[in-house]
Design a protein around this ligand. Structure first.
Ligand code: NG1
Ligand code: MG
Length: 509
């Protein structure tokens, strides 16, 4: 499902019917605000949505397939290409402002033609724009040569994906930024795969060793369908239709309002998990593939992945992927026996490295804290979660299963198993998310789990349409009432979401 990013003519090309009237008002405000900030109208708006992940958590950076869907909340960047005369010599000028100007102050940058500096240590909102800019320019330089001169731009952003909320505001911002830069520099037909790949790599410049699920969902999604994203042998995204079931199903998204900022917690949370999974891959490869040569490089954030080990181990097999994963779970249990984790000193000789080299290779891009790496638990989560994604897909596509209560339950059970694994094995949940899931299940949800990186943020629930109100009021009583929330937070706490469309550019007449 490749193709180019659509150029929309009307908001109806972008949003679902029920969202049009709210979005029309929002877009008019954005264009008016642009005019008052910069004194003229923008030429185009680039748009990329947030996403909710239905199943497949913390396995994208191990290069296993995932099933997210885009949501209505998105990032809009209104853009005008301007005259370079204002910029410093050998530079172009980028002016960035935000409709929420008190929270996200405006900036102006003179950026040298040949490089974009990003300081990942300073957590600044415009870093996301710069990382999209940097990625897009790398691509343009490859196409037009090193002497390529980027255009100056004026930008106004309006983002409705809550930051740090597990709905992937960052990927929406980076993808919308890269798309805006491409379009501003004359690329009117932007290849979706190229845009996604560059957004994945660029986002790592901001300080998180992320996988590729969010950017894929943001760019590729089509209205009305979820997206099955695979990373090997290369990036592919396939739309997946949910059948109409009896009782009818709703996807309900609930915020925990526990903020989990990966830039702060990375050394003990997200980035640490990426390191643990990569070390598990190296360890399993050394022991099970019985070789002293290291695992072949792949597109995982640290250059090797559990999927890479898996592919090498089952190089010539006729077993189904499900059977392979089941076998890997058994092998992991017998190979990685230490529940308490492995130290650098224990891992290094097994994978044929000195401790110093291990640190250089695995823990130097982003700082990591901790002495013990829980290779067993992390590999077990990844293999079992990869298996659950396949089981979920086969329930969805099995023509012999009737779309009734038992079908709904099968999907829900898999989501509940994911939550258990995230909570107990991968240790990426938190008491608040566990509580939200327990409340929802008691009130009638088939399946409830955290979505996104976890440690706070958002949760997703598969709820029969006629129980949505009951679930909402249970949360209200048993969770939200006990927290201090602003009116705005209350309003945004729970959203019933339909699968939305992916990135688009809208040309302003
Ligand atoms: P969130 O928390 O929505 O940013 C992160 C990663 C994903 C994926 C999930 C866990 C980024 C940009 N995204 O999502 O790639 O690994 O966690 O499944 O860091
Ligand atoms: Mg993010």
């Amino acid at each position: 499902m490749a193709g180019t990013v659509p150029v929309a003519k009307s908001l109806k090309d972008i949003y679902t019917e029920d969202a049009i009237s709210t979005q029309t008002g929002r877009w008019e405000k954005l264009l008016k605000q642009f005019n008052s900030n910069y004194g003229h109208t923008p030429q185009f708006v680039s748009r990329s949505p947030g996403r909710v992940n239905i199943i497949g958590e913390h396995i994208d950076y191990s290069l296993y397939s995932v099933l997210p869907m885009a949501i209505t909340a998105d990032v809009l960047l209104a853009v005008a290409v301007t005259d370079d005369a204002q910029a410093a010599p050998n530079s172009y000028k980028i002016k960035v402002s935000n409709v929420q100007s008190s929270k996200f102050p405006s900036h102006e940058f003179d950026i040298p033609y040949d490089s974009v500096e990003i300081d990942a240590k300073v957590h600044e909102w415009t870093n996301y724009f710069k990382s999209g800019l940097r990625g897009a320019l790398e691509l343009l330089r490859k196409k037009y040569g090193a002497g390529f001169k980027p255009k100056s731009m004026e930008i106004l952003m309006d983002g409705t994906v809550p930051a740090g909320g597990g709905l992937s505001s960052s990927a929406a911002f980076v993808s919308a930024s890269a798309l805006a830069v491409m379009f501003a520099n004359g690329e009117t037909s932007v290849d979706k795969t190229q845009l996604t790949e560059l957004a994945i790599v660029s986002e790592r410049a901001v300080g998180v060793n992320s996988g590729g699920m969010d950017q894929s969902a943001s760019v590729f999604s089509l209205r009305g369908t979820a997206l099955f994203v695979s990373f090997v042998p290369s990036l592919t995204a396939k739309p997946v239709q949910f059948p109409k079931t009896t009782p009818e199903l709703s996807f309900v998204i609930a915020q925990s309002f526990v903020q989990s900022d990966k830039y702060v917690t990375g050394p003990v949370c997200y980035n640490l998990r990426v390191v643990e999974c990569s070390l598990a891959a190296a360890y399993l490869h050394a022991v099970l593939n019985k070789t002293s040569s290291s695992l072949p490089a792949d597109s995982g954030p640290l250059g090797i992945s559990l999927r890479g080990f898996h592919g090498t181990y089952f190089k010539s097999t006729t077993k189904s992927l499900e059977d392979q994963l089941t076998e890997l779970i058994t092998l992991t249990k017998s190979t990685l026996t230490k529940e308490e984790g492995y130290t650098r000193e224990e891992i290094a000789p097994i994978i044929g490295m000195s401790v110093e080299d291990l640190n250089k290779r695995f823990t130097s891009t982003f700082p990591i804290r901790g002495t013990h790496f829980k290779l067993r638990q992390r590999a077990l989560h990844v293999f079992s979660e990869a298996l659950r994604v396949l089981q979920f897909m086969s329930v969805l596509s099995n023509p012999d299963i009737e779309h009734n209560e038992s079908f709904n339950k099968k999907l829900g059970d898999l989501m509940n198993e994911t939550q258990d694994s995230c909570s107990n094995v991968y240790e990426c949940s938190c008491p608040e998310l566990d509580k939200i899931c327990a409340i929802a299940r008691k009130a009638g949800s088939y399946g409830s789990r955290l979505t996104g990186a976890g440690w706070g943020g958002c949760s997703v629930h598969l709820v029969p349409a006629d129980k949505v109100e009951a679930v909402k009021s249970a949360w209200e009583k048993e969770y939200y009432a006990g927290r201090e929330l602003s009116a705005e937070q209350r309003e945004a706490a729970v959203v019933v979401s339909r699968p939305g469309s992916g990135s688009a550019v809208f040309v302003v007449e």
